[in-house]
Design a protein around this ligand. Structure first.
Ligand SMILES: NC(=O)C1=CN([C@@H]2O[C@H](COP(=O)(O)OP(=O)(O)OC[C@H]3O[C@@H](n4cnc5c(N)ncnc54)[C@H](OP(=O)(O)O)[C@@H]3O)[C@@H](O)[C@H]2O)C=CC1
Ligand SMILES: CC(C)(CO)C(=O)C(=O)O
Length: 308
């Protein structure tokens, strides 16, 4: 897959030994990645709060995953944005000196928190994905066939590009490798800044946001996101971004967004890494973002009704 600012993964040219992969949690994206890796011959271990053997069905096949066994050489961390820092802190004592860690989540703001936790020899990556996955009792459903962009976040990562990219291509590909993840994260943030809060607050499917009554608010949210992204050095064109967001709304019309699901199931939302991140960045650049600020406040109030 070719995306501006990225290149596709080179196939079968590895001179780097395959890494031994581990995945944090037993969530939807993590188990999707683990299943695809296992079916391709990898033996990913799961890093869980409590070690356990996990049995699931994936595409009508029974799969079993064992607990991760330290020392950990390579770890995919597909957890909610608010759980990233604690997850990396917990992993830290069990990592090899040249371990490779891949963050994957919606929203922004975790990278500067995580980088200082690692040794200069330990690689950090970010993978942003458009795949959709849903966890059921004992099964993992691949609800949306997507693609992913992977980029190194430090020098120790760049030295292991081939081995990391080949595994991530299997786990959540087709994969493009970019030198800088930030433009891709801002584009995804724009999508999540519209769809996630609006579907959560209006308790609706993504497709409902195509209705005329939402268009003015969507335009206003995106205008603010583009202003902030541009001030941060990642220029976004409001008209193009709006077109992209409307395409995602159409393509995922029958889906419930992750934030709508978080609210329905009374879980903490990722609002601080989505609307909250935009509000925080806007403050740095002295930009008024009343629409994103209002969404953040409304979501925090909603969440406070059920979160301790
Ligand atoms: N699901 C999807 O289709 C998509 C999701 N995303 C994004 O990807 C990220 C992950 O999403 P998703 O898979 O749905 O999330 P889930 O909440 O389903 O999965 C995360 C899992 O990680 C576990 N976990 C968190 N911290 C730790 C830890 N320190 N040690 C062990 N386990 C841990 C959680 O357990 P517990 O809750 O018990 O802590 C949970 O089981 C989110 O940012 C989401 O927005 C992006 C695109 C699509
Ligand atoms: C793209 C979108 C909005 C798909 O539902 C998503 O990433 C989410 O639900 O978190």
């Amino acid at each position: 897959m070719f995306l501006p600012g990225s290149r596709p993964v080179a196939q079968n040219t590895s001179t780097q030994p395959a890494l031994s992969w581990n995945i944090v949690g037993r969530g939807a994206i993590g188990l999707l990645a683990a299943s695809r890796l296992q079916l391709a011959g990898y033996k990913p271990g799961l890093w869980l709060h409590q070690p356990a053997i996990v049995d699931i069905q994936f595409q009508q096949q029974p799969l079993q995953f064992l607990s991760a066994t330290p020392p950990l050489q390579a770890v995919l961390i597909p957890v909610k944005s608010y759980a990233v820092f604690d997850a990396v802190k917990t992993l830290q004592p069990f990592l090899t000196e040249d371990a490779q860690l891949v963050l994957s989540h919606n929203g922004m703001g975790t990278i500067p928190e995580v980088l200082p936790l690692l040794l200069p020899t330990q690689g950090l990556w970010f993978l942003t994905t458009t795949h959709g996955a849903l966890k059921q009792q004992d099964a993992i459903l691949h609800t949306g066939n997507g693609h992913s962009v992977l980029a190194p976040l430090n020098a120790a990562a760049s030295r292991h590009t081939t081995a990391v990219a080949q595994a991530m291509d299997i786990a959540l590909g087709p994969l493009a490798v970019a030198a800088d993840i930030e433009p891709f994260l801002w584009q995804k943030l724009a999508i999540n800044a519209v769809i996630n809060p609006l579907t959560a607050l209006h308790n609706c499917k993504n497709g409902a946001l195509a209705q005329p009554q939402y268009q003015q608010q969507i335009k206003a949210i995106l205008h603010e996101v583009c202003q902030v992204a541009t001030a941060a050095g990642y220029p976004l064109q409001p008209a193009l971004v709006q077109q992209n967001v409307m395409q995602v709304i159409e393509r995922t019309a029958e889906n419930f967004s992750s934030m709508q699901q978080d609210v329905v199931h009374q879980r903490r939302t990722e609002t601080n890494a989505i609307s909250g991140f935009i509000v925080a960045q806007a403050a740095r650049f002295n930009i008024a973002v009343p629409h994103n600020s209002q969404l953040q406040q409304q979501l925090l109030q909603l969440q406070q009704r059920y979160c301790r």
